[in-house]
Every structure is written in C-alpha cells, then in structure tokens.
Design a protein around this ligand. Structure first.
Ligand code: ADP
Length: 625
C-alpha cells in the first residue's frame, strides 16, 4: 500500500508549541542580578573591612594621643612643681625667714618679710595667691590663710606632714569660692630641726596662651581635668571646681567609660610625680568615631551609586549578550511556523556569529529538505491517484467480460444452447465458481483502491449496534454451517449507538466474522462480543481458530499479505480484506487491532466511537446462537 507521506505538507504552517520557560527569570535578568549581587557582596565585604580598620585606627589614634598628652602634661606639671619647690627651698633657707620662723611671731615689719617670701613673683605669676610662713606647730607667722576656714584646713593638713617627714609636700586640690586651690609646703630648718614651714598658696588657672597651646595639641573635643588622689575634688583646666564627670580609669592606658550624662568617653589619666594630683583627659566616643562614621556614610552613598550604575550596566550588558539569542529564537519560531526562508544576521562574538551561521545553514537545509519532500509527496500523490484510476478502470474493464462469462456459462448450464452432459455441467459449475472468485477479488481490489486513494464517501450516523450485528448475521448466511463452525453474537442493548457509516461498519464486521469462520477448524467457535464504555464501544470477534504468529500480527493489515499462501488456496481470499477493513475503521474514527495465539485463536478488536446518551438497557436480547 502506498502510504501518504506524513508530516510534510500537514505540518506546514503549524507553529510548534512554544517551549515553556522553566523559570520566570530571563537570562538577561539573571545576569544583571548576578553581577549586582556579586558587586554588592564585594562592596559590603570590603566596606565593612575598611570601616572596621578605620574604626580601630581612629580609636587607637585618639587613645594614644590622650595618653601621650596626659603623660606630657603630668611631666610638665611635675617639672613646674619641682622648680617651685626648689624656689621655696631657697626662700626657706633665707636667714631672715629662719629667724622669723624661730621667733614664731608676726614681725613688726611684715612688708620686709613678705618681700623675703614672695620677692617680685606675685606680679609675674598670675596663679600665685600668696607665700606664707607658718610655725611648725601650725600658727601663722605671716599669712592670711587662717582667715579663711577652707584654706586653713587644707594647709593645716599638710604642715604636720611636712614637719613629720621633713620633706616638702603638696595639699590635695580643694575648691574655694568657685576656684580650685592648692598648697605647696616646704620645711624651714633651724639648727637641724623644723622650725616652721614656707607655704605657697596657688589658685589653679591657665592663661589663654597655655589654653590655646593645649587645644592645638589635643583638639577642641578633648576635656582636661585635674583630680587628686587624696580628695574627690576635680577641677577644669581653667581651675574651676567640678563634680567628677566619671570614675578614674584603673591604669595608665586610656579606657572607655560612661560619664554621668550617660555618654561614652575615652579617658586617659596620668599622675603628677611627687604630688597627689592626676591629670585627666577625656574625649567623647562620638567625636572619636566621627570620622569613621562619616566615612561609612560616604561609603554607603558611594556604594549605592556604584550598585545602581552596576545594575544598569549589567542589565544593558545582559541585553547585549542575549540579543543574538532573541534574534535566533524569533527566527527559529518563524522556521517552526513554516517560514523556511528566514535567516538571521548575527555578528559580534565568534561564538554568536557561529551560532548565526549554523542556524542559517540549518534553516537552509530544512528548507531544501522540505521543498524536496513536498515535491516528492506531490509526485507520490499523483502516482497514487494514477494507480487508483488504473485499478478502478481495470476492475471495471475486467468485470464486463467476467459478467459475460457468467451469463454464457449460465446459458450453457441451463441447456439453452443444447444438451450438456453431467461432466460438462460440473465443468460449467467450476467455471462459475472461478468467475465468482475472480469477481470478488476484483471487487476487493476496487474498494481497496478507492479507500487507499482517499475516495471514500462516508455517511456517518448514530447507528444502533444491535441492528448492524443483526444485518451482519443475516449477510453471513449459512457459510459457517458448511464450515461446521458455531457463530455466537452476544446480546447487545437495543439503544447502544455507535458513530459510524452503517454499511461500511457492516462490511468490516462481515469481513472479520468471515475470516474467523474461514480460519477456524470444524467444531470451533466464533463469538462476537460487545463492551460499552463511557465514550467508546469495543467490539470483539473472537475465534478458536489457527491463530496468527506474533511477527505477522501487524503485517496482515497490509494489502496482499497472507500468513499462509498455501492455506489461502484452500480457504480462498485475496489478502485485501483486513487492509480494507482497517482503512474503513480509521476513516470512521475507529480503530482495528488484533490479538492472537497460534493454535488457540485470534481476537479482532474494533474500537468504535460511542454515540448518544447511554440509556438504561432494556434487557439483553439474544440475536442468534
Ligand atoms: P484474505 O482475503 O487472504 O483472508 P485478509 O486481509 O482478510 O485476506 O487476511 C489476511 C490474512 O490474515 C489471511 O490470509 C490470514 O492468513 C490472516 N487472518 C485473517 N483473519 C484471521 C483469523 N481469524 N485467524 C487466523 N488468521 C487470520
């Protein structure tokens, strides 16, 4: 049989289903996101590292500066104090001062003694309040301290210490009338014993120049305090008493402490040698971290800008990279839709140019192959039509003389042309049988040729299956009785409808039943069963005959194929029945198949379209036995 070439003209113009995208994310977006995430990570990692580094460096720089300046100030203070003690020692060694101390009473000429004690220092030294002379027992020889309770109390704590230790000493800092004061006391020796004490009274204050120098050194944010170990009096750089703003750090190195206002401060303290004083420097953490924070802000801003630029560039890059792919996709879709003339113009990177060239070559190849196939298909169709025409004509031409043969044979048989002997009658009967056989072969060939050429005219209706089966049974006549084969039609509900061409369906069924009878030994059985399903009806023609070997199961549906040609000579047949049956069933939207076991029998299955609404069966009806 000449099959139609499938797929060429049929698929032309039919767009292939678009490949379902596996993800919502296009390559272009993925690329942009990837670059963005990568860059964001890099910026975040390096930014954090740089920020941490800067933070550590800022803290380190601030604390070491605080420590260094505190230490320097402590050393300078100690040096100043030492030089003042040396000065006071000189005063204490003055014979007039010694004499006055030994006398223990205020001399008549206080101006002279004051001159001895203070010299001209008071005018030049703004922090100096007075230099006084006191007895070892703590009475003033020359001095006003006694008039002020706080001054006296501070001084009288130091004098006994100086007398006892015979060494100079300094009082702790103490506040008085809004200023911070301090005493430096030096013993006055007379003949090896401590006769009295020279006491220098100072009020802490810095002059504007020193102030500025310090500010230049440590910056505006740093606060500078004096504290003392023996009292909790604190003073600012300008000598104003203040409440301790925070606790003193335990060691020499700067530490982070919380001040009374709750703010964090970096604090460094340095004790002044040979005194109870401590120089304390503090800087708010906010100030220390100001620059790193500024840097962080700048970095976030810059990083954001950089990421934005990166995102846009990544997106543009993605578009640029995927553009050739899009071009090829569009062209491939056009190709799938049957436009074989479509070509792409892909330039740029070598791989992409290669892709374009390969696509174009493929499109050209497919186009050529398609044209060739279409051409061949047309030729084949022409040939097929010619063959069908030839067969139809031949069948017609052959049938005419055969009918004549039949007619004349009958005339002879009836003795209308003269008497015939019994032998001649038998010969004439043989001629008749052979003519009939030849006629059936020609009829088969004709109907197959029609079906194969697609010249089938179907009249599809909702056909009651029971009626078709009854007609089939009637058409079968008594063939099976001669073959001694029982044929059983299972009962079918009268309202079971199938969608079919009634005559063609009957032709198919008759062919199957006839085959079953022909290929079943005497005493065997043929059964026609029906199985209604939701939207199909399955018909089974089952026999207990010789069966079909597995390798022939499909081939028997091809024209002129017979399992056993020698057997055919006995049972007759052209090898066209099943080929016609299959063409007819397929044309009706049904399906014909076979299952078989050699020696046990065969079952031919017709899978039909069911028609109408399934109704309640009105009881089985026996058709035949
Ligand atoms: P034919 O006219 O030769 O019977 P068919 O097309 O009807 O042509 O059948 C093709 C071949 O299939 C038969 O020659 C036979 O060998 C095999 N065949 C068909 N039906 C049966 C059956 N029921 N049992 C066994 N063999 C069968």
């Amino acid at each position: 049989m000449l099959h139609h070439l499938p797929g060429v003209t049929a698929t032309q113009g039919t767009a292939l289903p678009r490949a379902r995208p596996t993800s919502r994310w296009t390559l272009e977006r993925k690329l942009a996101l990837f670059i963005f995430v990568l860059l964001a990570l890099v910026i975040a990692i390096f930014g954090t590292a740089a920020f941490r580094q800067m933070l550590a460096a800022s803290v380190e720089r601030a604390t070491s500066r605080l420590e260094r300046v505190a230490e320097q100030l402590a050393v300078t203070s100690a040096a100043t104090a030492t030089s003042r003690v040396a000065q006071l020692r000189e005063v204490a060694a003055d014979p007039a001062v010694i004499a006055a101390a030994e006398r223990g009473t205020t001399p008549a000429d206080t101006a002279a003694l004051r001159e001895r004690l203070e010299g001209d220092r008071r005018a030049a030294d703004s922090t100096l309040v007075a230099v006084e002379l006191w007895t070892a027992s703590g009475r003033p020889v020359l001095g006003d301290a006694a008039r002020n309770g706080k001054d006296a109390a501070a001084l009288l704590r130091v004098v006994p210490q100086v007398v006892a230790t015979r060494a100079p000493a300094r009082s702790p800092l103490y506040g008085n009338a809004g200023r911070v004061h301090v005493w430096t006391v030096v013993p006055v020796f007379a003949g090896g014993r401590v006769a009295g004490a020279v006491a220098e009274h100072r009020r802490l204050a810095s002059n504007p120049r020193t102030d500025q120098t310090l500010r230049d050194l440590v910056g505006e944010a740093v606060s500078l305090y004096f504290a003392s170990t023996e009292s909790d009096e604190w003073a600012t750089l300008r000598g104003v008493p203040v409440e301790a703003p925070f606790g003193l750090p335990p060691g020499k190195s700067a530490t982070r402490v919380r001040d009374r206002a709750g703010r964090m401060q970096y604090v460094a303290a340095a004790p002044v040698a040979n005194s109870p004083w401590i120089i304390v420097l503090s800087e708010p953490e906010q100030e220390v971290l100001a620059r790193p924070r500024e840097f962080l802000g700048f970095m976030v801003w810059m990083g954001g800008l950089l990421l934005l630029v990166a995102l846009v560039s990544a997106w543009l890059l993605g578009r640029h990279v995927t553009r050739p792919l899009r071009t090829v996709t569009v062209a491939a879709e056009a190709l799938a839709g049957g436009d074989y003339s479509r070509r792409v113009e892909v330039t740029g990177a070598r791989e992409l140019a290669q892709l374009g060239a390969t696509f174009n070559a493929m499109a050209a190849g497919i186009g050529r192959a398609h044209a060739e196939l279409a051409e061949r298909n047309a030729a084949l169709e022409q040939a097929n039509a010619a063959k069908a025409r030839f067969l139809a004509m031949m069948s017609h031409e052959l049938r005419t003389p055969l009918n004549a043969i039949g007619g004349y044979t009958e005339l002879l048989q009836l003795g209308l042309r003269g008497p015939v002997t019994p032998e001649q009658v038998e010969d004439l009967a043989r001629i008749r049988r052979n003519r009939d056989h030849l006629l059936s072969i020609i009829t088969d060939i004709l109907s197959f040729a029609r079906a194969d050429a697609g010249h089938l005219t179907l009249h599809m209706h909702d056909v009651p299956l029971a009626a078709v089966l009854a007609d089939t049974q009637a058409a079968l006549g008594h063939q099976h009785e001669a073959a001694e084969v029982r044929v059983l039609f299972d009962p079918v509900p009268a309202d079971l409808l199938v969608r079919a061409d009634r005559d063609k369906l009957q032709q198919v069924l008759l062919n199957l039943v006839t085959n079953a009878v022909r290929f079943t030994e005497p005493g065997g059985e043929v059964r026609v069963g029906t199985e209604p399903r939701a939207d199909r009806v399955v018909l089974r023609v089952r026999d207990t005959g010789i069966g079909i070997p597995p390798e022939k199961l499909e081939r028997i549906f091809e024209p002129f194929v017979q399992v056993d040609a020698s057997l055919t000579r006995k049972v007759g047949g052209t090898g066209l029945g099943l080929a016609i049956a299959r063409e007819l069933t397929e044309a009706m939207g049904a399906h014909l198949s076979v299952e078989s076991t050699v020696g046990e029998g065969s079952t031919f299955v017709v899978d039909l379209q069911r028609a109408g609404v399934p109704a309640v069966p009105d009881g089985p009806k026996a058709l035949t036995a």
